[in-house]
Design a protein around this ligand. Structure first.
Ligand SMILES: [Zn+2]
Length: 196
Protein backbone atom coordinates (compact mmCIF):
# COMPACT_ATOMS: atom_id res chain seq x y z
CA UNK A 1 0.00 0.00 0.00
CA UNK A 2 1.66 3.14 -1.24
CA UNK A 3 0.63 6.47 0.27
CA UNK A 4 1.67 8.44 -2.82
CA UNK A 5 -0.46 6.28 -5.02
CA UNK A 6 -3.46 6.86 -2.74
CA UNK A 7 -2.69 10.55 -2.73
CA UNK A 8 -2.54 10.73 -6.53
CA UNK A 9 -5.84 8.90 -6.80
CA UNK A 10 -7.45 11.45 -4.50
CA UNK A 11 -8.26 8.91 -1.79
CA UNK A 12 -6.79 11.01 1.02
CA UNK A 13 -9.70 13.42 0.92
CA UNK A 14 -12.22 13.57 3.71
CA UNK A 15 -15.38 11.72 2.92
CA UNK A 16 -13.82 9.51 0.25
CA UNK A 17 -14.67 5.83 0.44
CA UNK A 18 -14.42 2.87 -1.85
CA UNK A 19 -12.55 -0.33 -2.53
CA UNK A 20 -8.92 -0.74 -3.32
CA UNK A 21 -8.28 -3.74 -5.51
CA UNK A 22 -4.99 -5.49 -6.22
CA UNK A 23 -4.69 -7.50 -9.33
CA UNK A 24 -2.05 -9.63 -10.90
CA UNK A 25 -2.25 -10.55 -14.57
CA UNK A 26 -5.65 -8.83 -14.68
CA UNK A 27 -7.01 -11.15 -11.98
CA UNK A 28 -8.15 -9.78 -8.64
CA UNK A 29 -5.88 -11.01 -5.82
CA UNK A 30 -6.98 -8.79 -2.97
CA UNK A 31 -9.46 -6.13 -2.02
CA UNK A 32 -9.95 -3.81 0.92
CA UNK A 33 -12.57 -1.23 1.70
CA UNK A 34 -11.39 2.21 2.74
CA UNK A 35 -12.87 5.46 3.96
CA UNK A 36 -11.04 8.62 4.73
CA UNK A 37 -12.04 10.26 8.01
CA UNK A 38 -10.63 12.83 10.42
CA UNK A 39 -8.63 10.17 12.23
CA UNK A 40 -7.07 8.86 9.05
CA UNK A 41 -7.57 6.16 6.51
CA UNK A 42 -9.91 3.51 7.86
CA UNK A 43 -9.31 0.13 6.27
CA UNK A 44 -11.94 -2.52 6.33
CA UNK A 45 -11.14 -6.02 5.14
CA UNK A 46 -11.25 -9.69 5.92
CA UNK A 47 -8.40 -12.01 6.68
CA UNK A 48 -8.15 -15.70 7.15
CA UNK A 49 -5.32 -17.37 9.00
CA UNK A 50 -4.38 -20.76 7.68
CA UNK A 51 -6.99 -23.28 8.73
CA UNK A 52 -9.43 -20.86 10.39
CA UNK A 53 -12.47 -18.79 9.44
CA UNK A 54 -12.61 -15.42 7.76
CA UNK A 55 -12.40 -12.59 10.21
CA UNK A 56 -13.33 -8.94 9.74
CA UNK A 57 -10.59 -6.44 10.52
CA UNK A 58 -10.85 -2.70 10.81
CA UNK A 59 -7.67 -0.72 11.03
CA UNK A 60 -7.20 3.04 11.17
CA UNK A 61 -4.02 4.42 9.71
CA UNK A 62 -3.33 8.05 10.64
CA UNK A 63 -1.96 10.21 7.84
CA UNK A 64 0.60 12.92 8.53
CA UNK A 65 2.04 15.52 6.23
CA UNK A 66 5.64 16.62 6.15
CA UNK A 67 7.55 19.11 4.05
CA UNK A 68 9.42 17.62 1.15
CA UNK A 69 12.79 18.65 -0.22
CA UNK A 70 11.36 20.40 -3.24
CA UNK A 71 8.79 22.49 -1.39
CA UNK A 72 5.21 21.64 -0.55
CA UNK A 73 4.22 18.75 1.65
CA UNK A 74 3.69 15.08 1.07
CA UNK A 75 1.58 12.59 2.99
CA UNK A 76 2.87 9.68 5.03
CA UNK A 77 1.21 6.75 6.70
CA UNK A 78 1.81 6.62 10.41
CA UNK A 79 2.37 2.94 11.02
CA UNK A 80 -0.35 1.62 13.38
CA UNK A 81 1.75 -1.36 14.45
CA UNK A 82 2.09 -2.60 18.02
CA UNK A 83 5.01 -4.95 18.09
CA UNK A 84 6.53 -6.37 21.28
CA UNK A 85 4.16 -4.16 23.27
CA UNK A 86 5.40 -0.95 21.73
CA UNK A 87 3.60 1.41 19.42
CA UNK A 88 5.46 1.93 16.19
CA UNK A 89 4.11 5.21 14.79
CA UNK A 90 6.85 5.50 12.17
CA UNK A 91 6.22 7.83 9.29
CA UNK A 92 6.37 5.66 6.21
CA UNK A 93 5.46 5.72 2.56
CA UNK A 94 4.45 2.08 2.38
CA UNK A 95 2.58 -0.43 4.48
CA UNK A 96 2.64 -4.16 3.88
CA UNK A 97 0.18 -6.88 4.52
CA UNK A 98 1.99 -10.03 5.55
CA UNK A 99 -0.51 -11.06 8.18
CA UNK A 100 -3.51 -9.60 9.90
CA UNK A 101 -2.65 -5.90 9.67
CA UNK A 102 -1.02 -3.46 7.34
CA UNK A 103 2.27 -2.52 8.97
CA UNK A 104 5.55 -0.92 8.03
CA UNK A 105 8.50 -2.98 6.92
CA UNK A 106 10.21 -2.43 10.23
CA UNK A 107 7.31 -3.94 12.21
CA UNK A 108 7.23 -6.95 9.93
CA UNK A 109 10.90 -7.63 10.32
CA UNK A 110 10.62 -7.48 14.13
CA UNK A 111 7.63 -9.80 14.14
CA UNK A 112 9.52 -12.12 11.88
CA UNK A 113 12.57 -12.23 14.11
CA UNK A 114 10.52 -13.11 17.18
CA UNK A 115 8.90 -16.06 15.48
CA UNK A 116 10.22 -19.55 15.90
CA UNK A 117 13.65 -20.17 14.50
CA UNK A 118 13.90 -20.13 10.77
CA UNK A 119 16.63 -20.64 8.23
CA UNK A 120 17.22 -16.93 8.41
CA UNK A 121 17.88 -17.02 12.16
CA UNK A 122 20.06 -20.06 11.87
CA UNK A 123 22.27 -18.52 9.21
CA UNK A 124 22.67 -15.33 11.26
CA UNK A 125 23.38 -17.25 14.44
CA UNK A 126 26.06 -19.24 12.67
CA UNK A 127 27.64 -16.03 11.38
CA UNK A 128 27.55 -14.47 14.87
CA UNK A 129 29.15 -17.50 16.44
CA UNK A 130 32.04 -17.28 14.02
CA UNK A 131 32.28 -13.51 14.55
CA UNK A 132 32.58 -14.03 18.32
CA UNK A 133 35.02 -16.91 17.97
CA UNK A 134 37.31 -14.41 16.24
CA UNK A 135 36.92 -12.05 19.22
CA UNK A 136 34.44 -9.68 17.57
CA UNK A 137 30.89 -8.52 18.23
CA UNK A 138 27.81 -10.29 16.87
CA UNK A 139 25.80 -8.52 14.18
CA UNK A 140 26.38 -7.24 10.69
CA UNK A 141 26.66 -3.69 12.05
CA UNK A 142 30.17 -4.54 13.32
CA UNK A 143 33.39 -5.13 11.49
CA UNK A 144 34.68 -8.65 11.58
CA UNK A 145 37.46 -8.79 14.19
CA UNK A 146 41.07 -8.70 13.00
CA UNK A 147 43.00 -11.96 12.89
CA UNK A 148 43.60 -13.30 16.44
CA UNK A 149 47.22 -13.88 17.45
CA UNK A 150 48.42 -17.34 16.60
CA UNK A 151 45.72 -18.11 14.02
CA UNK A 152 46.85 -19.07 10.56
CA UNK A 153 46.06 -16.45 7.94
CA UNK A 154 44.42 -19.15 5.85
CA UNK A 155 42.17 -20.26 8.73
CA UNK A 156 41.21 -16.65 9.41
CA UNK A 157 40.40 -16.12 5.75
CA UNK A 158 38.22 -19.22 5.76
CA UNK A 159 36.28 -17.92 8.80
CA UNK A 160 35.73 -14.55 7.14
CA UNK A 161 34.42 -16.17 4.01
CA UNK A 162 32.10 -18.35 6.10
CA UNK A 163 30.68 -15.28 7.87
CA UNK A 164 30.05 -13.56 4.57
CA UNK A 165 28.38 -16.63 3.12
CA UNK A 166 26.11 -17.07 6.15
CA UNK A 167 25.12 -13.42 6.22
CA UNK A 168 24.49 -13.39 2.51
CA UNK A 169 22.29 -16.45 2.88
CA UNK A 170 20.37 -14.83 5.76
CA UNK A 171 19.65 -11.75 3.64
CA UNK A 172 18.49 -13.86 0.79
CA UNK A 173 16.21 -16.00 2.98
CA UNK A 174 14.73 -12.92 4.60
CA UNK A 175 13.98 -11.26 1.30
CA UNK A 176 12.53 -14.34 -0.31
CA UNK A 177 10.29 -14.93 2.70
CA UNK A 178 9.02 -11.37 2.27
CA UNK A 179 9.00 -11.15 -1.51
CA UNK A 180 5.21 -11.13 -1.50
CA UNK A 181 5.02 -7.95 0.54
CA UNK A 182 7.59 -6.08 -1.51
CA UNK A 183 6.61 -3.79 -4.32
CA UNK A 184 7.42 -4.76 -7.87
CA UNK A 185 10.34 -2.30 -7.95
CA UNK A 186 11.76 -3.73 -4.75
CA UNK A 187 11.50 -7.27 -6.03
CA UNK A 188 13.31 -6.26 -9.17
CA UNK A 189 15.96 -4.55 -7.12
CA UNK A 190 16.59 -7.59 -4.91
CA UNK A 191 15.95 -10.49 -7.26
CA UNK A 192 16.58 -9.12 -10.74
CA UNK A 193 14.23 -7.88 -13.41
CA UNK A 194 12.69 -11.24 -14.30
CA UNK A 195 11.37 -11.86 -10.75
CA UNK A 196 7.63 -11.97 -10.27
ZN1 LIG B 1 5.66 -0.04 12.06
Amino acid sequence: MDVNRFHREGILTEGRRGNWVWSRDSEEVGRIGYSFTQSGLVLDYRVRAYGSDWEAVMETVPITYAACNYGGTRPYFQCPGYVDGRRCGRRVGKLFSGGRYFLCRHCYSIAYRSQSETGYDRALRRANKTRMALGGEPGTAYWIAPKPKGMWQRTYQRHREQIERDEGQADHLFLSKYAHILSREEREMYFGSDAH
